[in-house]
Every structure is written in structure tokens, then in C-alpha cells.
Design a protein around this ligand. Structure first.
Ligand code: S3P
Length: 180
């Protein structure tokens, strides 16, 4: 049976850091003629500092509070494509709000892909500096059960942003493909 979110959103993209949620979300939104909202960007503009600075100065707990608030605000406006940070969907309240808002698409990526995409990116406080392969795999394994609650999953390994966006658009458009 097809789940029909009642919040009137266009789509929610979730998945691990480096899965391409923001880049893909921007392209998907353009294809759908929808507005794109990056939850991390909303948090940064509300806080007046970067995610890395929030983690360093105030800690993860404060960041998660800001994230919950940014999600609550984002889902109050229909018609948008949202990209939520890698940890957002692990919170039960966020999960409920996002699922209620729009079809949720899990962008999947292997640990190798994530490490390759992020190895020169210093903006993510939870991306490990050492023992990367092991720690990324560990965190991903812990989060996967939540990510798998999405309506759709798209593997992004070896695909360009526009290829992933095209797959997402097909899934959203006609409901064929891998529906959970
Ligand atoms: C986080 C992922 C980041 C950002 C924050 C925490 C996480 O977003 O929300 O650094 O817990 O995985 P991206 O998934 O966009 O990197």
C-alpha cells in the first residue's frame, strides 16, 4: 500500500554525510519546480555560525536542538524539497515530522564513497579524522536501521549528481522502482 504523506512536501532527502543530499536536492527541486531547503544551511543562518562552530562552541546537544527546530519550521511550508543532515533522521520526532511531510528518499553510499567524497572537507565535525574506514562503517551501521525507514532508497555509488537526481525524480514521479 502506498503511503501518502499529508504535509504537502515535494520530497525529503536523507542519508549519511557525503551521500549528496544537498547537491541532489537542489537538482531535484529544480526539476520539480519546487523550492529547495537545506536544513543545515537553515541552522547556520539561524545560529549565525557554521555547523562546525556550533559543535565546537555549544556541543552536539545544542546542534540537535537547533536541528529539531529547523525541521519543525521547514515542514510548516508545503511544496518543498528538504535535505536533512546525516543525523537528523535518527531522532524519532524528526522522523515522524519528515515522513508526514513528504516521500522520504534515502541516498545510500558506501563507506568508501563517503570517505572519497569528504576526505578534503573540513566542515563536518562528525567525519572522523582517524581510523576513518572503521569509524565511518560503524556510524553508518548504527544509522542504517533509521535510514531504511525511508520510502525509497537510491544507491549513489559511481553516479553523478544529475544521474542520482534523475533516479529520484522517477521514483517521486510515478512510484515505480524500489518502494519500501
Ligand atoms: C551530521 C551531518 C551533517 C551535519 C552535522 C551532523 C551527522 O550534515 O548535519 O555535521 O550527524 O551525520 P550532512 O549529512 O549534510 O553532512
Amino acid at each position: 500500500m502506498t503511503r501518502r504523506p499529508r504535509g504537502g512536501g515535494a520530497a525529503v532527502l536523507i542519508g549519511f554525510m557525503g551521500a549528496g543530499k544537498s547537491s541532489v536536492g537542489r537538482v531535484v527541486a529544480r526539476r520539480l519546480g519546487a523550492k529547495f531547503v537545506d536544513i543545515d544551511a537553515r541552522i547556520e543562518s539561524a545560529a549565525g555560525r557554521s555547523v562546525r562552530e556550533i559543535f565546537a562552541a555549544q556541543g552536539e546537544g545544542v546542534f540537535r536542538d537547533l536541528e529539531r527546530e529547523a525541521i519543525r519550521q521547514a515542514v510548516s511550508v508545503p511544496g518543498r524539497v528538504l535535505a536533512a543532515g546525516g543525523g537528523a533522521f535518527c531522532d524519532a520526532g524528526n522522523r515522524a515530522l519528515l515522513k508526514e511531510y513528504a516521500p522520504v528518499v534515502f541516498l545510500d553510499a558506501s563507506p568508501e564513497t563517503v570517505i572519497r567524497r569528504l576526505s578534503r572537507d573540513a566542515s563536518r565535525p562528525l567525519f572522523p579524522g582517524e581510523d576513518r574506514a572503521e569509524r565511518v562503517r560503524e556510524l553508518m551501521d548504527r544509522r542504517r536501521p533509521f535510514y531504511e525507514e525511508a520510502d525509497f532508497a537510491v544507491s549513489t555509488d559511481g553516479l553523478t549528481v544529475s544521474e542520482v537526481a534523475a533516479r529520484v525524480a522517477v521514483l517521486l514521479g510515478n512510484g515505480t522502482g524500489r518502494r519500501r
